[in-house]
Design a protein around this ligand. Structure first.
Ligand SMILES: C[S@@+](CC[C@H](N)C(=O)[O-])C[C@H]1O[C@@H](n2cnc3c(N)ncnc32)[C@H](O)[C@@H]1O
Length: 226
C-alpha cells in the first residue's frame, strides 16, 4: 500500500508546484513563510520539516537557520525530493532525507522546531501516531511542533468536498480530525494552542515538548532510531 502511495506522490511531484499555484491562496509562499516565522528558529539552530514535498517550507526555514544551522526536509517520495533538490541546490545548511514520517532517522532531542504543512492528515493509519511520537522524541525540551492544516472551508460546496475527503479516510479518523484534534496533540505535548493564519483558510497547531521530555501522561520520551 505504502509503495503505491509513494508512487502516486512521485508522479504528483511533476505538477505539484503548478497545482499549488493554481489552487492555493498561498501563491506567493506567504503562508509557508508565516509558518517558518512562527517556529522562532534563528541562525545556527536546527529545524526539521516533515513531509516536505517540493521543499516550499524548507526554503523558508533555511532562510532562518542560515549556513551555520541545519534545515532538514524529510519525505518518502523520491520524486518530491528531486524537485526540492533543484530549489535548494545552492543553499548551504539545507538537507533532504528520504524517510517515512513514522520512522524519523534522527537522534533524540536534536531539533529546535519541527514543522509539517498540509500533510499530516495524508499520513495513513497508525503512521500519524508513530509520527507524533517521533516528533516529540527528536525535539529538544520546550521546543515546538507546528502543524499547519486547512480550516473548515467557508464555501459550502468546497466544505462538502472537504467532508467527502475526510470520510474517505474512515468515519473514526474523520471524527478525530474534526472534533479531537487538540486532545490528540495534547496526549503528546505538554501544551497545545491554535494559531490563526493571516488568510484564515489554514490553522497552525503548536505543540510544545515538556520539560525533560515529560509528556502529559507522565512518561518520558526515550531515545530511538539512531
Ligand atoms: C500535500 S503534500 C505537502 C507538501 C509540503 N509540505 C507543502 O507544504 O507543500 C504531502 C507530502 O507528504 C508526503 N508524504 C505522505 N506520506 C508520507 C509518509 N508516510 N512519510 C513521508 N512523507 C510522506 C508526500 O510525499 C508529499 O510530498
Amino acid at each position: 500500500m505504502r509503495r503505491w502511495r509513494r508512487a502516486y506522490y512521485d508522479q504528483f511531484s511533476a505538477v505539484y508546484d503548478r497545482f499549488v499555484a493554481l489552487h492555493s491562496s498561498d501563491r506567493q509562499g506567504n503562508l509557508r513563510a508565516y509558518l517558518a516565522e512562527k517556529t522562532g528558529v534563528s541562525s545556527g539552530q536546527r529545524a526539521l520539516d516533515i513531509c516536505t514535498g517540493t521543499g516550499a517550507v524548507l526554503k523558508m526555514l533555511v532562510d532562518r537557520t542560515g549556513p551555520d544551522g541545519l534545515a532538514v526536509g524529510v519525505d518518502f517520495s523520491r520524486g518530491m525530493l528531486a524537485v526540492a533538490k533543484t530549489k535548494l541546490a545552492s543553499r548551504k545548511g539545507a538537507f533532504l532525507v528520504q524517510a517515512d514520517a513514522g520512522h524519523l532517522p534522527f537522534k533524540s532531542n536534536v531539533f529546535d522546531a519541527v514543522t509539517c504543512a498540509h500533510a499530516f492528515y495524508e499520513l495513513k493509519g497508525d503512521t500519524q501516531d508513530a509520527c507524533l511520537k517521533d516528533v516529540e522524541r527528536v525535539l529538544k525540551t520546550s521546543k515546538p511542533f507546528l502543524m499547519m492544516e486547512h480550516e473548515l472551508p467557508r464555501h459550502r460546496l468546497i466544505r462538502l468536498l472537504f467532508y467527502i475527503r475526510l470520510l474517505s479516510m474512515g468515519a473514526k479518523r474523520a471524527f478525530q480530525i474534526l472534533k479531537k484534534e487538540k486532545e490528540r496533540l495534547e496526549s503528546h505535548f505538554e501544551s497545545v494552542r491554535k494559531l490563526p493564519t493571516p488568510s484564515g483558510n489554514s490553522k497552525i497547531w503548536v505543540g510544545i515538548v515538556g520539560r525533560d521530555g515529560k509528556r502529559p501522561d507522565g512518561a518520558t520520551s526515550s531515545g530511538g532510531n539512531n
